[in-house]
Design a protein. Structure first.
Length: 245
């Protein structure tokens, strides 16, 4: 029994690691697609695509997976993908934005609607919650191995066109207007910085605390949305009670 139990525990850990790795690859694949779609599928002519490809290499993502994501953006294989945004309300009336990339709008819409319905939420009309979010560019630079102090980083970020910067023990987070992200990214790379992230995200202008009795429903909704292969990002204008975070 002990041998079986040990194997079971090892297999369980392996399955968990595989699932985590799969989610990382899934996210990188979407980033590769978006970067190639927005610019040139040739990384030599597309700084954003080079950045994501560097992240793919660091995550040991297979080259075939990388090329497949770029081919999707180029239309290779005949599949056509569309970016769609869904707006909805989670349990307790919390605002949620769902960004999806799909080759089948009906399938994705049905799955997203089902997730909201199963967990006590509902989809809203276009514009119903988007006004609660602000589109910003965000650039993240890891501090590990970086010989730059906070003041120098701030000055370089402002020179690059950034609006704000937050600092933690792990990284510098630099915020820009969504239209200025590319120029700020290029300027910081020209200064020799290695960027971990450079993308546009939605940030809630205000947040609503999830009622205690709705926490299980709310986390179930977010988990189901994030587990959907068509879903790129889930943006929440909500916070969990401190004891639950």
């Amino acid at each position: 029994m002990s041998g079986h139990s040990k194997w079971h525990n090892i297999q369980g850990r392996k399955n968990a690691q595989d699932a985590k790795r799969g989610k990382i690859f899934q996210k990188i694949s979407r980033d590769l697609y978006q970067a190639a779609k927005a610019g040139d599928p040739d990384p030599d002519n597309n700084p954003q695509l080079r950045l994501v490809m560097d992240k793919a290499r660091a995550a040991n993502m297979p080259k075939d997976n990388v090329q497949r994501a770029i081919d999707k953006a180029s239309g290779v294989g005949g599949a056509k993908f569309e970016e769609i945004t869904y707006e909805g309300y989670g349990p307790g009336g919390t605002a949620i934005m769902v960004s999806a990339l799909t080759d089948n709008k009906n399938r994705t819409a049905a799955a997203v609607r089902s997730a909201f319905t199963h967990h006590g939420g509902s989809l809203g009309a276009s514009g119903s919650v988007s006004y609660m979010f602000d589109r910003k560019g965000i650039i993240e630079i890891l501090r590990d191995g970086l010989d730059t102090d906070e003041d120098t980083m701030l000055m370089d970020a402002l020179d690059a066109g950034a609006d704000d910067m937050k600092t933690s023990d792990e990284m510098f987070q630099i915020f820009t207007d969504s239209q200025s992200l590319a120029s700020a990214r290029d300027a910081l790379q020209e200064k020799g910085y290695s960027l971990d992230t450079a993308e546009v995200r939605l940030f809630p202008e205000t947040t609503t605390e999830v009622p205690a009795e709705k926490i299980s429903q709310y986390t179930g909704l977010i988990d189901e949305l994030e587990d959907n292969d068509d879903v790129q990002d889930v943006y929440e204008a909500a916070v969990l009670p401190e004891s639950e975070e």
